[in-house]
Design a protein around this ligand. Sequence first.
Ligand code: SAH
Length: 402
Amino acid sequence: MSVKPKIQALRLRLAAAAESVVRAGHPWVFAASVRRQNRPGKTGELAVIYDRNNEFLAAGLFDPDSPIRVRILHSGKPQPLDRDWWRRHLQQAQSRRAGLFDEKTTGYRCINGESDGWPGLVLDRYDTTLALKLYTAAWLPRLGEVVEFLAAKDNRIVLRLSRNIATAAAQFGHGDGQMLHGAALEGPVVFLESGLRFEADVLRGQKTGFFLDQRENRRNVESLAAGGRVLNLFSYSGGFSLYAARGGAASVCSVDISPQALAAAERNFALNRHFPAVAACPRETAQADVFFWLREPPARRFDLIVLDPPALAKRQSEREEALRAYSRLLAGAAARLADNGMLVASSCSAHVSAADFFGLAREAARQSGRAFEEWRATRHAPDHPVTFPEGDYLKCIYLRFR
Ligand code: SAH
């Protein structure tokens, strides 16, 4: 009788500073902090971390190809990470969202990566379609198990991959846009947000097809739009434009560099014609680079301007340049605001702090020479909880210019 040799668990020890960081609940262990390892580890295998007294500290997913070498699943008292644990783990994310949305909102984030205890994994719901997006290859060997937990008779699951793991995924037989469960998907999915109908290109769109994280700011914009001329800069598929139109805007102009995004905005307007205010709202689109568009001398003014650029600092090294770019955008937008106009400016750069971004916005307002006041400053959406500094990316400030 042959006895299979039992593979020894992958055991790690960390540098003292990293040990404290993990003990305090941070979800990442960087490669440079690993002091000892009993053997080489494989992508996605469970790594068990012991402290300097050889006591259990944490367990997480190992990734030999990433500078984030371990993503923590559990820390504190040792626990078997068995099926029950995974089920409870999923339920925690679900109960965190209980009561957040009624039947008028069928698109929202169900799992927000590290901050929900699922490091490097995002799950977004668009009606009955689930978009499962992976940011680390460490989930690839467990994808079958994860899908088993999420699959239901009446849902479908689509796999989305961050660009940096496409090659690793191919080795596991997976690809971006792959159907993991349910009926094949031909085109965009239609879902509801605050009663508005939107399409999401779950197969190919940015993020998982829609910017769900801006929902609450879009709702604010609806409440501010009545009677105003609205400019939506970096509009994507017109999320803010639709809310403004339903809120009674006098006109809406959407500007984006992507013709596909503007075409989607047109379709989203068509999907909401049953709202009289949407049907009645004069709208236009401009396909342009906003940085150039704002350099033109202002031909007309707007009462409400939404400024929601893509992440301008994806890396720490890009931060200084990003700060200058934000300043140019803020000044250019402010110059187009009519008397009593409201600027709604967002940043989704994790490397630019809220304090820095709000500071830039106030400085741009001071430089405009006009009196201004702050209506509100907001952070991440309730379905996008944040539990660690690197996960804290979204900030938005509302400034009224006299
Ligand atoms: N506000 C949107 C999300 C914006 S995402 C919403 O609520 O859904 C950022 C958008 O900026 C993308 O649609 C992208 O196509 C666009 N974009 C990126 N660089 C741009 C540029 N230089 N000029 C204009 N649009 C740009």
